[in-house]
Write a protein that binds this ligand. Structure first.
Ligand code: ZN
Length: 182
């Protein structure tokens, strides 16, 4: 498979697996908008054209949220893609607090590809927390989310200057918006 074909195959597969899923936010966007945004940031902001990283970006939430098995993923997309996805997959058997702490701890030890995916993921999520916050997420909860994302990103820096910069811009904008809320 060439570069583009593998990426499109991953997009189609992720779209099928996320069918009926929506983002948590008030806009109720189809979930697939999120992995597409993550892959797009990697391709068009970080200017990375590695097919395995792009495919893994599109698939990054399918093991965690859609019960796709690593074996199925490897069969369709190869071991490198599965490895990236598993690196950014939380162990859902752990309590949420532990999972969030482990993301901070693991970030500096991720591979280059996984770092880039996680960084783009955090950009997309922080944008959403501001543009389309989940119901019941008050100012404090949103501030805590942004703070936590910043702690994770501390461990990811250096993998893409463009994404590092964009993350800082998105956080600055988020804080500005949050300051406007009393
Ligand atoms: Zn994600």
């Amino acid at each position: 498979m060439n570069n583009l074909n593998k990426t499109l195959h991953a997009a189609r597969f992720a779209a099928e697996k996320h069918t009926g899923h929506f983002r948590k936010g008030s806009k109720r966007e189809p979930y697939i908008n999120h992995p597409i945004e993550v892959a797009n940031l990697i391709a068009n902001v970080a200017l990375i054209d590695d097919e395995d990283i792009l495919a893994a970006a599109l698939l990054h939430d399918t093991v965690e949220d859609c019960e796709v098995s690593p074996d199925e993923m490897t069969e369709k997309f190869g071991q490198a893609v599965t490895d990236y996805v598993l690196e950014v997959t939380d162990d859902k058997s752990l309590p949420k607090k532990t999972r969030k702490m482990l993301q901070i701890e693991h970030a500096p030890h991720l591979s280059y590809g996984a770092k880039v995916i996680k960084l783009a993921d955090k950009i997309s999520n922080v944008r959403d927390v501001i543009a389309s916050p989940a119901e019941g997420w008050d100012k404090q909860r949103r501030q805590e989310y942004v703070q936590w994302a910043m702690s994770v990103v501390e461990g990811l820096r250096g993998s893409s200057d463009q994404l590092d910069e964009l993350f800082d811009e998105v956080v600055a904008l988020a804080n500005e918006k949050l300051d406007e809320i009393d």
